[in-house]
Design a protein around this ligand. Sequence first.
Ligand code: S3P
Length: 454
Amino acid sequence: MLFRKSGPLKGSITVPGDKSISHRCVMFGALAEGTTEVTNFLQGADCLSTIRCFRQLGIEITNDPTMDYVRIKGKGLHGLQRPKDILDVGNSGTTMRLLSGILCGQSFSSSMTGDASIQGRPMGRIMEPLALMGADIRSINNNNRAPLAINSRPEQLRNSERPYSSEQLYNSDQLSLFKQHRLKGIHYKSPVASAQIKSCVLLAGLYAEGETSVTEPSLSRNHTELMLSEFGANITSVGTTATIQPYPKLTGRKIHVPGDISSAAYFIAAGLLVPNSEILIKNVGINPTRDGILRVCRQMGADITLENIIDQGGEPVADLVVRHSELTATQIGGDIIPTLIDEIPVIAVLACFAKGTTVIRDAAELKVKESNRIDVMAGNLRRMGADVTPTEDGLIIHGGKPLHGASIESKADHRIAMSFAIASLLAEGETEIIGAECVDISYPKFYSDLKSLA
Ligand code: S3P
């Protein structure tokens, strides 16, 4: 796909629903009793993968993509059915890691795979805590990567009644088997600040004996904690530790998904960079565990105002007004990193136009995202003429060098494609993005929305 330099961007835009929250609506709705109705559901390929997996697990899900409306008929904590085939998560790390936690609590065996990118991403980080809880989860190729196989507790439990509370409903033989084989709660100290690891362990904790907690080095996005609590789970957060009690009664509910700040980030960057632009981005989730992009932009001198701040089901939401600004370089590292981890590619684009040298550190996680985002960003930005050095855990960007059009390798990574669509608006000449259609993962209408502002 080809892109050219743009004139001022003006007007308003509503970005699609939050990807992390949309996944969780389906997962928690499936484990709840009663119906969960979701509006502003993200129709991105990743969230559709979650729907597909839960349908394979016997959950009735209605999806009306014209209305971004999804209805999930929950079957309770023990209502999932053994899938006939291997579950395919496509490109979605969130689906694979969170679903692993849920599947380890079931009385049936299952297996999961995904696309080439997923098969290259580390799964040892969830296999290890799940094994500590007593789960039997294996990497089929023995390389700590997908495909994964999860072996159930004994066959005898497989077709037994599905109790809400094991103590109340199992007969005594079943109960002793169940107790022998069920997961044990753990207090897990995660080496990485990752909401996917945290959520995986907490979800397995729904099925464990005793409480389960996860402590992370810095606080990662807390949508699991907020939403599970809204569904009725007993979950508490103190500092960077989240603790869950097992076997709650989860109840279906209505959820309106806030706009995804990770998708808004591209329009924030476009509005700040393209001279004379002014963009209103409506209904954006500004949860403090996700708003690092706003804090960094402000540090860089950005003119962004928040209007109409409201609470939507425990998640803060606002309209953002973004105006073209002269930016200065900044330093980004430490606790802020998990709050902007998916926005670093587009922050790197911002840094190319900021006065001075921007240093991004403590972000080694970028190497194990949908692509190695440190290398892919550095390589592509250099191709456009930027002065960028990749490091072990981030990037060093000397801003102020003019960019020119180039051929960009998206590496099938949606956030790379969208970041370079923004860079191209400022570059002299034509930019080609190879594999541009990968934006379908998180933002199917990205290019037409961008065009609507030009
Ligand atoms: C996500 C968590 C983040 C993020 C991903 C979505 C989630 O991954 O990069 O896009 O929904 O929990 P990590 O928590 O592994 O950093």
